[in-house]
Design a protein around this ligand. Structure first.
Ligand SMILES: Cc1cc2nc3c(=O)[nH]c(=O)nc-3n(C[C@H](O)[C@H](O)[C@H](O)COP(=O)(O)OP(=O)(O)OC[C@H]3O[C@@H](n4cnc5c(N)ncnc54)[C@H](O)[C@@H]3O)c2cc1C
Length: 420
């Protein structure tokens, strides 16, 4: 395996040849450049298409240079290097101006690992290389109007018809469906089995006849979510993920990786935002206020601890180990950090957060502040994560859900299928 130093030299010459290095003055300085901070980028559809084209082009350049899937298997274009090589790449790339890669978070962070773990070899051949090269973008089609935390209650049906399956039903809250080429869907294949056992996973073509995507507007003003309707959509059996009626294991693979992705800073608590909040405090003359300093120190410490916790979890995933309930802790901690950060910013800014005075770096935080509460729900809500930690880390008795015979049954609002 190539040593880290030699790899860094290779990456540096690749980046120098293909991207512009950020100038010192282009790095963040309070009052200069764009003051946009948002969790979901709220672009109109034309701007979204332009960003997507740039993002795809950068992924293709990386992939063709042998840097598109640093830890992945060589048969699908991967380099089979270590998590440390991946970190070295990420660190070097962060000093260069490259197109925003957020379009690929779900496809590469969640769907591709599931395809690698559960699909047929021909489906792996069909999708993995194209996903890592950015030729395909993927979304996650799990939640339904009646199935969120209790995911195993989902009702979308898949019925076998020869070598194909026919999908009918509705999904909701599908992030990025509007620009996705394929989606990972979990559907009910046997309604007579207990709910966790009658499910199967598939890869579905988002442009197939019978797929209808309707945008949902959220309180940030944007529409990054969608309702997706399936009206007798045909899926080849070769696009099945895992065995028939074993979709729950497939869903869990994706959910574990989702928690890692959110905990790792897909949300609002990234290091860049913490640095921005520190600069804001200085700019507002509050850096010597002891209460402000205390709150900031708490945020910085949490951010560092989170970084290390996530690094451990991600290294486990990258070295091929199965992530466990530590991802629920990472997700909870990441969300808590984001909430503390946005509460802090809202207190410092006061009314400037919601009244646009034109002052740089003030009103622009509004989108992030309104987007972060979504993190408490996405990928398993805080309450569901706490149940998982209680049961699988602390060894507490299992939460009696609506399917459990329990004297407390009448008091329960739902089940936590995602932890089963
Ligand atoms: C930002 C964001 C992005 C998303 N992207 C996607 C996506 O791309 N694809 C996709 O499929 N879905 C997506 N979702 C949907 C998400 O997975 C669901 O919203 C989530 O699983 C919760 O389900 P629900 O909304 O139906 O709430 P419910 O499950 O109805 O929960 C309602 C409330 O009850 C609580 N609750 C439920 N069960 C229990 C329990 N057993 N114990 C204690 N409390 C409980 C919950 O914590 C919550 O407060 C996204 C959501 C968000 C916010």
């Amino acid at each position: 395996m190539i040593g880290i130093e030699e790899f860094q030299t290779e990456v540096t010459s690749f980046l120098k040849a293909n991207a512009e290095e950020k100038q010192a003055e282009e790095r963040f300085v309070w009052g200069r450049g764009s003051d946009k901070v948002a969790m979901f980028e709220e672009r109109d559809r034309a701007a979204e298409q332009a960003s997507l084209a740039a993002a795809k082009s950068w992924r293709a350049t990386r992939f063709d240079a042998g840097l598109g899937w640093i830890t992945g298997p060589p048969e699908y274009g991967g380099r089979q290097l270590s998590a440390a090589h991946q970190r070295a790449y990420d660190q070097l790339e962060s000093s260069y101006d490259v197109p925003n890669q957020s379009f690929f978070i779900i496809g590469l962070g969640m769907v591709a690992p599931t395809i690698l773990a559960h699909s047929s070899s021909s489906a792996r051949e069909r999708y993995l290389r194209r996903l890592y090269r950015g030729d395909l973008v993927a979304c996650q089609l799990f939640s339904e109007p009646g199935a969120g935390s209790d995911l195993a209650s989902l009702q979308t049906r898949a019925e076998r018809d020869g070598e194909e399956w026919v999908l009918t039903g509705q999904k909701v809250w599908t992030s990025g469906a509007q620009y996705s080429d394929i989606g990972e869907i979990i559907a009910r294949t046997d309604p007579d089995l207990p709910k966790h056992q009658g499910l199967t996973g598939f890869i579905v073509d988002m442009r197939a006849p019978g797929v209808e995507i309707r945008p949902l507007r959220q309180m940030t003003g944007g529409a990054s979510f969608n309702e997706v309707f399936f009206n007798e959509v045909r899926v080849p059996d070769d696009d099945r993920l895992g065995d028939v009626n074993n979709g729950w294991a497939v869903a869990l693979t994706t959910l574990m990786n989702e928690r890692a992705a959110i905990g790792a800073g897909g949300g609002g608590g990234g290091v860049g935002l913490v640095a921005r909040a520190i600069e804001m405090t200085k700019a507002f003359g509050l850096a010597d206020d002891p209460l402000v300093r205390q709150a900031l120190a708490d945020i910085v410490i949490r951010s560092r601890v989170n970084g290390y916790t996530n690094q451990r979890a991600l290294d486990r995933i990258r070295s091929g180990q199965t992530p466990g309930p530590e991802l629920s802790i990472a997700k909870l901690a990441g969300t808590e950090l984001s909430m503390r950060l946005t509460d802090f910013v809202a207190k410092v800014l006061g009314p400037k957060l919601i009244a646009d005075t034109g002052e740089w770096g003030t009103y622009s935080w509004g989108q992030l502040v309104m987007g972060v509460p979504g993190l408490r729900i996405a990928g398993g809500s805080d309450e569901v994560m706490r149940n998982i930690v209680g049961e699988r880390v602390l060894g507490l008795p299992k939460d009696p859900g609506i399917d459990t015979t329990s004297p407390f049954r009448e008091l329960k609002v739902g089940t936590q299928g995602q932890s089963a």
